[in-house]
Design a protein around this ligand. Structure first.
Ligand code: FAD
Length: 560
């Protein structure tokens, strides 16, 4: 009878253990989990804190007793594995309640220890009222603080998805929230123009966002915490959520002499086997090669952890037969009423990997605009300038973002091309989509760029325009023009343009823009076919430009 031990009993570990049982009814299977719960919903924790999920019990997908009853798996909560002896194929286990240490042998070991929040040595970081959020114990501590101290103001340090989900949930409890982020944008998985939509959403929900500023100290002042920022600004709040990132929990693996990868995660081969063939590792702690960039990556997401858990179990029971192809980190987050999602590589990743790319930005309706309730979504895609291979997609919108990002993920995952997007055969009825889905439209725009039918210019290139040699034409209506435009632009509405071409100098570079890029494309095609040779259209139009340049009236974004 084989003996399988699993370290870590949540996403990857619980999945691996259950699959091991489904494949090997006879095996002895034990999960060691140092927390007091197995298989709980980490992803639901912010929503429980915000009272969106009201019953604590709902967070527990499976219990230790449930594992025993259904799977005949022993899930030993409150036990920490403190050492692995690879040679003897055994582990040391500490019972956290009694302090008792015992040893346990294995045939195969699965590591799924997850990640731990980054806690830099900032003065005052251990002050009462400063929290990180990773597990149920953290959640209980935060909940208690919320109930007992009833803070009126909270500071969230870090603008990643956990920080922003917390900002939303705390705001939902009526708490004033400030988010401080060291970078010039939130959510590092997004490029600036898509992240700008999140900035705008936070402002519209009354969340103050401070960018390009970092915490230098915390100090207790009565019932509050005074946080000092490098800009000199001081923020007093009744609680602080520290969510400046996570790092793989590799202590055990490191001390056992297992190989780590260049990014500090546990190194695994395509079968999810560590440098010791009897030890497999999955989840947030492992490092693998990114399928697109070829660079080592760690993906801190539940989907990959679950999928890896299943593959590792298959390989343990059946021999190494299933390969893990890597993750393109498809992710989605709800930021108040906005949904943002990304898949594949973003510009930063492509640049740092030296991969040439082109980008297109389109703004499309979530469903037919004549059917009530349609909203606009911004879709950015990145692709190869030579063959159109799709590298990445990012979407911000209010409805239908999740289904579109999964389509892009599927195309990227199969090595697909932007031309595959054109032909994507989608389900259409007015309440759900349009005859041309936003995915198709992204494909049309990219194909026009690839085929040379459309030359585009991006928002960040606009500031470098030499207006003495460029004619900047706003082809929106006179009314739209009056509401705000790009400095130096003249207004020729697209419907008047054909009759006014003679007044436009042909020896100058022409840059056209409209609200979202569509009328601009029509105008650019008209001019190119009328003898103008150097005509560019602003990708995503004035909407993308103004969001990314952060000049939407009323935004509360402050940058030092
Ligand atoms: P975990 O699920 O974290 O499990 C690791 C477990 O190992 C821990 O319980 C730990 O106590 C235990 N452990 C570690 N070392 C030992 C030891 N030596 N002995 C015994 N036990 C040990 N991902 C998404 O894709 N979508 C989301 O919406 C999302 N939301 C999230 C929200 C929050 C608040 C958090 C914290 C995470 C969220 N994630 C989300 C990330 C997702 O939860 C993780 O990617 C996933 O849980 C990783 O699985 P894992 O098995 O590697 O680690």
């Amino acid at each position: 009878m084989a003996r399988y031990l699993v370290i870590g009993g949540v996403a990857g570990g619980a999945t691996a253990a259950a699959r091991l049982r489904r494949l090997d009814e006879k095996a002895d299977i034990i999960i060691y989990e140092r927390g007091s719960h197995v298989s709980y919903a980490n992803c639901g924790l912010p929503y429980y804190l915000g009272d969106v999920i009201r019953e604590r019990n709902r967070l527990f997908v499976q219990t230790a007793a449930g594992f025993k009853n259904r799977f005949n798996i022993e899930a030993r909560v409150g036990t920490e594995v403190t050492a692995i002896n690879k040679k003897e194929k055994s582990i040391l286990v500490k019972d956290l309640a009694t302090g008792k240490i015992s040893s346990s042998g294995y045939d195969r070991l699965v590591l799924s220890p997850g990640a731990e929040p980054v806690r830099p040595p900032i003065p005052g970081i251990d002050t009462d009222g400063i929290f990180t959020l990773r597990n149920v114990a953290d959640t209980d501590r935060i909940k208690k603080h919320l109930h007992e101290k009833r803070p009126k103001k909270a500071l969230v340090v870090g603008g990643g998805f956990i920080g922003l989900e917390m900002a939303e949930n705390l705001r939902g409890l009526g708490i004033d929230v400030t988010v401080v982020e060291m970078a010039d944008q939130v959510m590092a998985n997004l490029d600036r123009e898509i992240a700008s939509e999140v900035h705008q959403q936070l402002a519209s929900q009354g969340v103050e966002l401070i960018l390009k500023d970092g915490v230098i100290s915390f100090e207790k002042t009565g019932n509050s915490i005074m946080t000092r920022l490098s800009s000199g600004r001081e923020i007093e709040a009744g609680m602080v959520i520290l969510s400046i990132g996570v790092k793989p929990d590799t202590k055990l693996a490191r001390e056992a002499g297992l190989a780590l990868g260049p990014r500090g995660g546990i190194a695994v081969n395509e079968f999810l086997q560590t440098s010791d063939p009897d030890i497999y590792a999955v989840g947030d702690a492992v490092e693998f090669t990114h399928p697109l960039t070829g660079q080592p990556v760690i993906t801190f997401l539940a989907g990959p952890a679950n999928k890896q858990g299943r593959i590792a179990a298959d390989n343990i029971v059946n021999g190494n037969s299933k390969k893990y192809g890597g993750s393109i980190a498809t992710a989605v987050a709800k930021i108040f009423s906005l949904t943002v999602a990304s898949t594949g590589a973003n510009e930063k990743m492509l640049k740092s990997s030296g991969i040439p790319y082109m980008a297109s930005i389109t703004h499309s309706a979530s469903h037919a605009t004549y059917y009530p309730g349609a909203t606009q979504m911004s879709v950015k895609i990145l692709f190869s300038p030579s063959d159109g291979t799709l590298y990445g997609a990012q979407i911000a919108g209010y409805d239908g973002v999740d289904k579109r990002i999964d389509v892009f993920s599927s195309v990227i995952g199969r090595g697909g091309n932007v031309r595959d997007l054109l032909e994507f055969d989608h389900a259409y009825a007015p309440p759900y989509s349009s005859a041309k889905d936003p995915v198709n439209i992204a494909g049309f725009a990219a194909e026009n760029i690839l085929d040379g039918l459309s030359r585009i210019i991006h928002w960040h290139e606009m500031t470098g325009l030499d207006l003495s040699s460029t004619v900047l034409i706003d082809v929106r209506t006179a009314g739209e023009f009056r509401m705000g435009t790009i400095p130096g632009a003249i207004n020729i509405p697209v419907d008047d343009l054909r009759g006014r071409l003679d007044g436009i100098p042909r020896n100058k570079k022409i840059v056209i823009f409209c609200a979202v890029g569509l009328r601009g494309h029509v105008a650019a095609r008209m001019m190119l076919q009328s003898g103008f040779s150097d005509v560019s259209n602003l990708a995503g139009g004035y909407k993308t430009y103004s969001l990314a340049m952060n000049n939407i009236p009323g935004t509360a974004v402050t940058c030092c």
